[in-house]
Design a protein around this ligand. Structure first.
Ligand SMILES: Nc1ncnc2c1ncn2[C@@H]1O[C@H](COP(=O)(O)OP(=O)(O)OP(=O)(O)O)[C@@H](O)[C@H]1O
Ligand SMILES: [Mg+2]
Length: 260
């Protein structure tokens, strides 16, 4: 299990991100970004070893960091240049991934699932090279029924041939049936568990509902870190924010030059 800290907050309550700003979330926090690179490495290594291509990002309940993790993982995997990565906004009720990266809902997944050929611009490029998005699509009455249909199977079959890695941002397991509905079509799930927020029994229940063989790994998100001075003591200058590190590395005559 990998532990992700709260970025920039030391345990504060996270607020909803600004539309179009998802890739910028947490970017200033060195510890958060480094832990994410660790997660990227673990996921890539394990998925390659087990020949997994379609990964779901999920959690037991709402608000545990699924969408943020999906976007950061997608960005991380794509930016090594080794993989062409597709993110799919399967949480069509909320479409947070779609909004978070600044895309329109349509054309998207549900447009394809209700019938017809994939329209132009179905695979949308993102600001990150090698990273693409299938947006959520139009709102539909019963997403679980659509996801259970033949067309979703066909969709996954098709994207497996076009991309090296496919990340599905899914709804939480317990409140709605969508994620359990597609579990046999997904090679493995990364399951978020938000520390101090989600009852442990709910996390256990979600793992049980997904089935052990479907779980690639768990991520403990929002771990309240010790104080800044604790990290400073053990991680030294590696822990400093990028801007502070640059300032610390500058020649003495440039440091605090505004005061001279
Ligand atoms: N480690 C973290 N540090 C700080 N903020 C975080 C962290 N993880 C998630 N957040 C914030 O928490 C909020 C909820 O995260 P996110 O939308 O990714 O969760 P979710 O599981 O996808 O929620 P939902 O179930 O509603 O789709 C967002 O504002 C996000 O930026
Ligand atoms: Mg979400």
């Amino acid at each position: 299990m990998i532990r992700l800290p709260f970025f920039g907050k030391n345990g504060g309550s996270p607020s909803k991100y600004v539309a179009g700003n998802l890739f910028a979330e947490g970017i200033e926090d060195n510890l958060f970004t480094e832990k994410f690179k660790g997660l990227r490495a673990m996921v890539e290594q394990k998925a390659d070893l087990l020949q997994m291509k379609v990964l779901g990002v999920t959690s037991s309940i709402a608000g545990e960091g699924k969408t943020l993790t999906c976007a950061w993982l997608g960005k991380g995997l794509a930016s090594t240049g080794r993989k062409k990565v597709l993110m799919v906004d399967v949480d069509v009720r909320k479409a947070d991934l779609t909004h978070g990266v600044g895309a329109k809902r349509s054309p998207g997944l549900t447009d394809y699932l209700v019938g017809g050929n994939p329209p132009p611009q179905f695979f949308q490029a993102t600001e990150v090279p090698n990273l693409y998005l299938v947006a959520a699509g139009v709102e539909v009455a019963s997403p679980a029924d659509l996801l259970a249909g033949e067309r979703f199977k066909t969709f996954l079959k098709e994207v497996r041939t076009r991309f090296d890695m496919i990340l599905l941002d899914t709804p939480p397991v317990l409140p709605v049936a969508d994620t359990v509905t597609i579990r046999d079509l997904v090679d493995g799930f990364v399951v978020l568990y938000r520390a101090g927020f989600t009852p442990y029994t709910m996390f256990r229940q979600a793992l049980e509902d997904l089935g052990e063989k479907h779980v690639l790994g768990a991520v403990l998100n929002g771990v309240e870190g010790p104080s800044d001075s604790y990290y400073q003591k053990y991680y030294g200058s590696y822990y400093l924010e990028k801007s502070k590190r640059a300032a610390a590395a500058a020649p003495p005559d440039l440091q605090g030059s505004q005061n001279t």
